[in-house]
Design a protein around this ligand. Structure first.
Ligand SMILES: *Cc1c(COP(=O)(O)O)cnc(C)c1O
Length: 362
């Protein structure tokens, strides 16, 4: 890492690959000899059109996106999709199913209720959001417009290690915090969406993949900029899009491809997570309550046996150059986010600090 940069475990906006930031810096004033920054040119001009095309092409290659899926870059963050999903997908149906496994899938359900009689197919609240209800216990409605879930719960640290089986009903995933962390079969999903600021790039843009046959059912009252068919028809340029985050997302995709693609990141992310969970499990000071089969590889929350030590842990971690480890206020304690751009050396440094901190408490 270059001088002055520290290991940043923020849940989002999150750390970006240093080589991407350097590349952006090189072209900050003068992009590819055009005489202007990429953020200073028309989104409809040749320069940015090429950036947009290259970004989509690289993403399609990375995720092996089938031809019958459209790729959209939308404003409004993942949160706006909690409303856009029902408004685009409900069609003639009056209900959709929600699987609730933590903060974000609960929020998606709460907001969706303005738009229909939504049903809870499964709810992990009684499990303290530390486990995923067994699939045999889910109550899925075969006539639902879609099934919504969050493959990775960023706050509770709960991740589906496999894509759920929901029959012919379109599966909709809020993949904000684990998209691009491992290969997935896109054809299993109706819609995948993700705010960029965890594993894609800076905040300000939302990636959405949608199966073509799901387009064209948007409610007339819903804004066109959140109408998937209208945005798709205009290349996500119904109005001025957030061009700079879009460009940076493209640089991140190219960096990922050059590193070896999603297969490379799957192995790396597993190794990083294994190291941290091992350190937690072998200690008597730290603990993580999530069931092992659904522990998140991206966001690792843990608590100290004596909570009065948490403030000292955070202060000393920061002195060691380990940033943003404070847990979300909903669960407290510590949270280390280990997205693609967190190098393995950062996890090694965190684990070394945790051992040293525990030793000095003994
Ligand atoms: C961060 C996050 C969100 C919220 O994203 P915004 O872009 O701030 O709206 C939603 N869902 C999940 C799973 C997240 O991690």
């Amino acid at each position: 890492m270059s001088a002055g940069r520290l290991y940043n475990f923020s849940a989002g906006p999150a750390t970006l690959p240093e080589t991407v930031l350097e590349k952006a810096r090189e072209s900050f004033l003068n992009f590819e000899n055009t005489g202007a920054s990429v953020m200073e040119v028309s989104h409809r001009g040749k320069v940015f059109s090429e950036v947009a095309e290259r970004t989509e092409a690289t993403l399609r290659e990375l995720m092996a996106v089938p031809d019958n899926y459209r790729v959209l870059f939308l404003p409004g963050g993942a949160t706006l999709q909690f409303s856009s999903v029902p408004n685009n997908l409900m069609g003639q149906q009056d209900s959709a199913d929600y699987i609730i496994t933590g903060h974000w899938s609960k929020k998606a359900f709460d907001l969706s209720q303005r738009y229909g009689q939504m049903r809870v197919a499964a709810d992990a609240e009684a499990l303290g959001y530390c486990d995923i209800p067994r699939a045999e216990e889910w109550v899925l409605n075969p006539g639902a417009a879609y099934v919504h879930y969050a493959p990775n719960e960023t706050i509770h640290g709960v991740e589906f290690h496999n894509t759920p089986e929901v029959g012919d009903v379109p599966l909709v995933a809020d993949m904000s915090s684990n998209i691009l962390s491992r290969p997935i079969d896109v054809s299993r999903f109706g819609v995948i969406y993700a705010g960029a600021q965890k594993n894609i790039g800076p905040s300000g843009i939302t990636l959405l993949l949608v199966r073509e046959d799901l387009l064209g059912h948007c409610r007339a009252t819903w804004p066109d900029v959140q109408n998937y068919a209208a945005q798709s028809a205009s290349g996500s340029m119904l109005n001025t899009p957030p061009t700079y985050p879009w460009y940076l997302a493209g640089l991140v995709f190219e960096w990922m491809r050059d590193q070896g693609g999603l297969a490379h990141f799957e192995v790396l992310n597993q190794r990083k997570a294994d190291k941290l969970y091992h350190a937690i499990d072998e200690s008597s000071l730290y603990s993580n309550a999530v069931a092992k089969h659904c522990r998140s590889r991206m966001n690792v929350p843990f608590v100290l046996a004596d909570d009065s030590l948490t403030a000292a842990f955070l202060a000393q971690a920061e002195q060691q150059g380990l940033l943003a480890l404070k847990g979300h206020k909903a669960v407290g304690g510590i949270r280390a986010s280990l997205y693609n751009a967190m190098p393995e050396e950062g996890v090694d440094a965190l684990v070394a600090f945790m051992r040293e901190f525990e030793r000095t408490q003994a």
